[in-house]
Design a protein around this ligand. Structure first.
Ligand code: 4AD
Ligand code: MG
Length: 431
């Protein structure tokens, strides 16, 4: 390779190096041109001085427009005042392509405009920082499960049985086999895999035809799901607590620069320590009513309710045992109460709300059949799933963490669309 990356520039102090990238910005002070060059790994100021380079090279830089691609060669110089701590004193400059009028200029633009140009907007500092954190978040997640000996089980994205609820399904005709749905979850398949591997996880895109326009919903989002044989609902919460602390610490360690770029106040993240708060759904409803919410026992929390609730706590909070009628068919009924199920949502602080949904699973054949019927789901489609309750059924639990919800909170963003490279929402299928 005949060039070096900006992130490695510190290893080459005093040496002559070549960088390849794009022009982010430029300014001029008569005989000196300052070119801000980025290459994906960083941004560096390059200095072109008249008289130190051939005139034709000095003049070339006049032609350079924002986002033109180029190759620069120069000597690395340490400079405390420079953004990354280094500058490049140029001896050569080659244009690869002169960019046409680039639509995203340094002046402020509206959100719709920026997301209509998401294919270009990715190059700007803010999305760049967020997606670097996303990269680390995903590494942290995979690392955690690998270290804790969970086996990765890739679950299908085209499914015959409804995973969560019929209200948000994307449907398609599957050759001659009838209807298929895009996966809302990989959970049912993980439940099969625990009897083979004990502790498993899956990680992939999931799909929900969310017809509401909120700052928390995407129609395509990434979910990591874990499933554990012989874990009850409490063991499941302990695991989630450990998992979340691990990933938050990882980001705090690896993403200092990015969080700074995003002006994220990290003190709430530093408070993510054991133990998280744990309150029952009943208690949560009481607290909400006292705070003026119109919530009625039996309904799910709206985004606003979660915001109010999480602002009461300075750390993540589990809300456990939701009403049966507000939850999916597969959750285990409470042993002594008819109206709630053994489950928990983990709500992120600072008003962010649910980032994890989890539960103990119904491991009893007859009661599961009854719940499938109550929800008007076709028993036939669950024949294989019910088999799992016939051949060595065990107590088990699991959970799913939404990557974009988690990243939105960690980065302190106000809308989920910023947390994924190409967001899919109710009104957006392009770019
Ligand atoms: O609470 P949910 O629906 O749970 C499940 O899908 C279970 N099968 C998980 C399991 O137990 N294996 O979704 C889990 C998480 C939510 O807490 C949220 O973080 C995220 O997925 N999520 C969404 N993220 C973005 N846009 C949406 N429309 C989302 N719906 C759920
Ligand atoms: Mg949920």
């Amino acid at each position: 390779m005949d060039f070096c990356y900006i992130e490695d520039i510190g290893k080459h102090e005093g040496e002559k190096v070549t960088l390849k990238g794009w022009l982010y910005n430029k300014r001029s002070k008569g005989k000196i041109h300052f070119l801000l060059v980025r290459d994906g790994t960083g941004i560096i100021q390059c200095v072109l001085t008249k008289g130190e380079v051939a005139d034709n090279i000095f003049n070339t830089s006049d032609e350079l427009t924002q986002e033109s691609s180029l190759e620069v060669t120069g000597t690395v110089r340490q400079d405390q005042r420079a953004p990354g701590g280094y500058e490049l004193n140029l001896s050569d400059l080659k244009i690869i392509q002169i960019a046409q009028d680039y639509p995203i200029t340094p002046k402020p633009h509206g959100t719709t405009f920026l997301f209509d140009h998401r294919h270009l907007y990715l190059r700007s500092r803010r999305p760049h920082a967020i997606l670097k954190v996303r990269n680390e978040l995903i590494w942290a997640i995979r690392n955690y499960f690998y270290k804790n000996k969970f086996v990765l089980i890739d679950t299908p994205l085209l499914t015959g049985s409804v995973g969560e609820t019929t209200s948000t399904l994307f449907e398609t005709q599957y050759l001659n086999e009838g209807k298929a749905y895009l996966a809302q979850t990989g959970q049912l398949y993980l439940e099969a895999a625990i009897a083979a591997f004990g502790k498993v996880y899956c990680f992939g895109p999931t799909f929900r035809a969310e017809k509401s326009k909120t700052r928390r919903h995407l129609t395509e989002f990434w979910m990591v799901e874990a499933e554990e044989a012989f874990y009850d609902n409490d063991d499941n919460m302990d695991l989630q607590e450990d998992f979340l602390i691990f990933i938050v610490n990882w980001i705090l360690e690896k993403c200092q620069e990015e969080l700074k770029e995003l002006e994220r106040d990290i003190s709430p993240l530093e408070k993510v320590k054991k133990p998280f708060y744990r309150i029952s759904y009943d208690e949560a409803v009481e607290k909400l009513k006292k705070a003026g919410s119109k919530i009625e026992w039996g309904t799910d929390f709206g985004g606003e309710d979660e915001t109010i609730l999480t602002k009461m706590f300075d750390r993540p909070v589990f809300v456990y045992n939701y009403p049966k009628k507000a939850r999916a068919f597969y959750m285990k009924p409470h042993p002594t109460r008819d109206d709630v199920v053994l489950c928990a949502d983990l709500l992120a602080p600072e008003g962010y709300g649910e980032i994890i949904g989890g539960s103990q699973r119904n491991d009893d054949y007859d009661s599961l059949v009854q719940r499938i019927k109550e929800e008007n789901l076709p028993l036939d489609a669950y024949k294989w799933f019910l088999d799992l309750r016939k051949y060595g059924s065990v107590p088990h639990s699991g959970f799913g963490l939404g990557v974009e919800r988690t990243l939105t909170w960690i980065c302190g963003l106000s809308h989920i669309r910023e947390s994924i490279p190409f967001p899919r929402t109710i009104y957006r299928l392009y770019p």
